[in-house]
Design a protein around this ligand. Structure first.
Ligand code: UDP
Length: 243
């Protein structure tokens, strides 16, 4: 295995699958947990940050007369709902987990305590970080970067619906090409939208590579962890080869 400790970022929307309106697709949830189990069984330590966009996003709040900060807390609670679903689905297939929250919600899960999170990982438990960082005006991408640095993960794996970072939007431009590797600097200079700037900068400044990949392709997660060339690697050093 190339990586011993990873941080997997899953968006809330990815859990929605083909369903619409604030829901979790059981098929998709089941698919994801099977993928995670395969990697956990190889002895890889896995932390997961899950988004909440399928249920609520703080930025949508103002349009409904809800103050931004309140909306952000609603978004954080949404990530916990997804985290609870993920936890149960993992435990149903025999994977030990802990859900840790960025805000106090003690009846539901543990608070995030860095040393404790690391201990869980060392014991082979999949750790799910819910409620983001616990502060408004942040995203779960920023949470993924921050938590990955805190727990000393070797890489952030950003599971999406596309198989990497492209020169242009592949849905609009038929000539768009996928990067196999790109440096942080080049990605920034080209204005490529990989993560929000806070998340991106945290990774860059702390020399933490990101791999953007298609989580919906069965086997992809395992391939990445083995070191196969899947998705796009964003890292400090520039490598010449591009797909
Ligand atoms: N959020 C927040 N602070 C955090 C993480 C999340 O305020 O540290 C809120 C924010 O309103 C965000 C929402 O939670 O819109 C859901 O998270 P996100 O949009 O990142 O989810 P994703 O797009 O990954 O589904």
């Amino acid at each position: 295995m190339k990586y011993k400790r990873i941080l997997l970022k899953l968006s809330g929307e990815s859990l929605m699958g083909d369903k619409k309106n604030n829901s979790i697709d059981p098929m998709r949830l089941n698919q994801y947990v099977q993928e995670i189990k395969k990697v956990a069984e190889k002895g890889v330590q896995i932390a997961i940050v899950i988004g909440g966009g399928n249920i609520f996003r703080g930025a949508e709040a103002e349009a409904m007369g809800v103050e931004r900060v309140q909306g952000d807390y609603m978004g954080m609670l949404a990530t916990l709902i997804n985290g609870m679903a993920l936890q149960s689905a993992l435990e149903n297939i025999g994977v030990y987990t802990r859900l840790m929250s960025g805000i106090s919600i003690n009846q539901v899960c543990e608070p995030f305590i860095r040393r404790r999170a690391i201990r869980h990982l060392e014991k082979g438990r999949v750790v799910i970080f819910g409620a983001g960082i616990g502060n408004p005006y942040f995203t779960t991408d920023s949470t993924a970067s921050l938590r990955a640095i805190e727990i000393e993960a070797e890489v952030v794996l950003k599971g999406t619906r596309v198989d990497g970072v492209y020169t242009a939007d592949p849905e609009k431009d038929p000539n768009a090409q996928r990067y196999a590797n790109i440096s942080f600097k080049e990605a920034y200079n080209k204005g490529l939208n990989i993560m929000d700037m806070t998340a991106f900068t945290l990774c860059q400044e702390n020399n933490l590579p990101i791999i953007v990949f298609d989580m919906n392709v069965v086997g992809n997660l395992q391939k990445i962890v083995q070191g196969d060339d899947v998705g796009t690697l964003i890292s400090t050093e520039t490598r010449a080869a591009n797909a």
